[in-house]
Write a protein that binds this ligand. Structure first.
Ligand SMILES: *[C@@H]1O[C@H](CO)[C@@H](O)[C@H](O)[C@H]1NC(C)=O
Ligand SMILES: *[C@@H]1O[C@H](CO)[C@@H](O)[C@H](O)[C@H]1NC(C)=O
Ligand SMILES: *[C@@H]1O[C@H](CO)[C@@H](O)[C@H](O)[C@H]1NC(C)=O
Ligand SMILES: *[C@@H]1O[C@H](CO)[C@@H](O)[C@H](O)[C@H]1NC(C)=O
Ligand SMILES: [Cu+2]
Length: 366
C-alpha cells in the first residue's frame, strides 16, 4: 500500500515526529467532574434536537468563541477566547495524542470539557450533541446532512477552489475549499485565530470547508462502523478508528475530518481541526462508537486500554503502552485526569469524572 500513502500525510507525519509537544498542567480549574452534579446528562443526535435546542447550542458556541481566554498571552499567540484555549491545547499536544493508546481517552476528556465549558461558562443547559454520519450516506446525501443546514445547522461547504488533482494532498472527491458561506459562522473573516498546522501566532481567518462526499461515504457508511465495532480488543478497536497516516488507510476518524475539511478546511488539519465547531459533534460520535464497543462487553472493556505512549510507536520501539494510570492534561481548561478516570462515561464523580450518557448506542449486526 506504500504507493497509496499520501505525501501530505507522510509530510505531516514526519513533521509530527520532528515537532515537540508542549503540555502544561494546571490543576486549579474545574473540569468535567461537575461537583454536585450527580445525574448524567444525555447526549442526542443533532437531527433530533428541536429547533430551539439547536439554536441554544449554537448560541453557547458563539459565546465561547468570544469569552476571553485563560491561556496567558505571550509571543503574539492568537489565543483570544475560551474556545481558542481548547484549540491551542489540541495544537500543542497534537503529536502526543494521535496514533497513541490514549487517543480515544484524551478526545473523550476534551469533548466532555467543551461540553462543561458550554454549560458552566455559557449558560447552555443541554448535553453535547453527536453527529451520526452513518445516516448521511451515500455520497449524494453528504452535503445535505442536517449538520450543514444554513438555518438549523453549522452552515455548509466553501466555494470551490481548484486545487491540483495530481497532488497527493488532494482529498479524493473534495468539492469546496473556500470560506463557509452559509449558516451561523459565515461572513466572519476573523472567526479562526490559530493555524494552519502548528502555528499559534495570531492569524485571523474565516472558517473553511472542503466537503468530500465520496471520501465520507467510503469511511462513514454503516459498514465501516460495523467493522470498527467488531474488533476484538481495544488495541485493534483504536487502530481501526484512527486508521493509518494516509487517505487510503483512513477509518471513521479520518472519514469525518477529511469528509468535512478536505484539503483546505480546518477539519482536515490534524492540528487546528477543533477550530471548526463540527469537530465536537464528530468526536462525540467517535466517543459514542467507543462506548458502544465498550458496552458490548463492559466487564472487560471498562478497563481495556493499550497502544503506544508515543506517536505511531505500535512496535513499542520508543516506549511502552498506555495503561489506566496514564496522565492527561487540557492545560487551563480542566483539572488533569488519568485514562482510568474517563473509562466510565457516567461515573459522575463516584467511579470516574465523566457524567453523561448516550440516548442510543450502535449495536453489532451479526
Ligand atoms: C517566547 O519566545 C521566546 C523567543 O523565541 C522564547 O524564548 C520564549 O520561551 C517564548 N515564551 C513562551 C512563554 O513560550
Ligand atoms: C463501505 O462502503 C463504501 C461505500 O460503498 C465502500 O467504499 C467501502 O469500501 C466499504 N467499506 C468496507 C469496510 O466494507
Ligand atoms: C501494546 O499494545 C498493543 C495493542 O494496542 C499490543 O498488541 C501489544 O502487545 C502491547 N505491547 C505490550 C508491550 O504490552
Ligand atoms: C459507572 O459509574 C456509575 C456511578 O458510579 C455506576 O453507577 C455505574 O454502574 C458505572 N458503570 C459501570 C458500567 O460500571
Ligand atoms: Cu485530535
Amino acid at each position: 500500500m506504500a504507493a497509496g500513502l499520501s505525501i501530505r500525510a507522510l509530510l505531516g507525519f514526519a513533521y509530527l515526529l520532528w515537532a515537540c509537544a508542549l503540555s502544561s498542567a494546571s490543576p486549579t480549574k474545574g473540569g468535567p467532574s461537575r461537583p454536585g452534579h450527580k445525574v448524567p446528562i444525555v447526549r442526542r443526535e443533532w437531527r433530533i434536537l428541536s429547533k430551539h435546542d439547536k439554536a441554544d447550542y449554537i448560541k453557547a458556541v458563539k459565546c465561547l468563541l468570544v469569552k476571553p481566554a485563560l491561556t496567558p498571552a505571550f509571543n503574539n499567540t492568537g489565543v483570544k477566547s475560551r474556545y481558542d484555549d481548547l484549540v491551542y491545547t489540541h495544537v500543542q499536544q497534537t503529536n502526543a495524542i494521535h496514533f497513541t493508546g490514549h487517543f480515544m481517552a484524551w478526545h473523550r476528556f476534551f469533548t466532555a470539557t467543551y461540553e462543561t465549558m458550554l454549560r458552566n461558562e455559557c449558560g447552555f443547559t443541554g448535553a453535547q450533541p453527536y453527529w451520526d454520519w452513518t445516516l448521511d450516506s451515500p455520497a449524494s446525501n453528504w452535503a445535505s446532512s442536517p449538520v450543514f443546514d444554513a438555518v438549523t445547522g453549522f452552515g455548509g461547504n466553501g466555494a470551490f477552489i481548484p486545487g491540483d488533482p495530481t497532488s497527493p494532498w488532494e482529498v479524493p472527491g473534495r468539492s469546496g475549499g473556500g470560506c463557509v458561506t452559509t449558516g451561523p459562522f459565515a461572513g466572519d473573516n476573523t472567526l479562526v485565530h490559530l493555524g494552519p498546522f502548528d502555528s499559534v501566532t495570531y492569524n485571523p481567518q474565516c472558517l473553511k470547508r472542503d466537503l468530500a462526499p465520496y471520501f465520507a461515504a467510503r469511511y462513514l457508511a454503516k459498514n465501516q462502523t460495523q467493522l470498527t465495532l467488531a474488533q476484538p480488543d481495544f488495541g485493534w478497536f483504536a487502530r481501526t478508528v484512527e486508521g493509518g497516516p494516509s487517505f487510503e488507510a483512513s477509518g471513521i476518524h479520518g472519514g469525518g475530518h477529511y469528509g468535512v475539511g478536505g484539503t483546505y478546511g480546518q477539519m482536515g488539519d490534524l492540528f487546528v481541526s477543533p477550530a471548526d465547531p463540527l469537530f465536537f459533534l464528530h468526536h462525540a460520535n467517535l466517543d459514542r462508537v467507543w462506548w458502544s464497543w465498550q458496552k458490548l462487553n463492559l466487564r472487560t472493556r471498562l478497563t481495556d486500554v493499550s497502544g503506544p505512549i508515543y506517536l505511531m510507536d505500535y512496535a513499542n520501539a520508543l516506549g511502552g503502552n498506555v495503561t489506566l494510570d496514564f496522565p492527561m492534561t487540557l492545560g487551563v481548561s480542566a483539572a488533569d485526569l488519568t485514562v482510568a478516570d474517563v473509562m466510565n462515561i457516567s461515573g459522575c464523580g463516584k467511579t470516574g469524572a465523566m457524567c453523561y450518557e448516550y440516548d442510543k448506542v450502535y449495536t453489532l449486526q451479526k
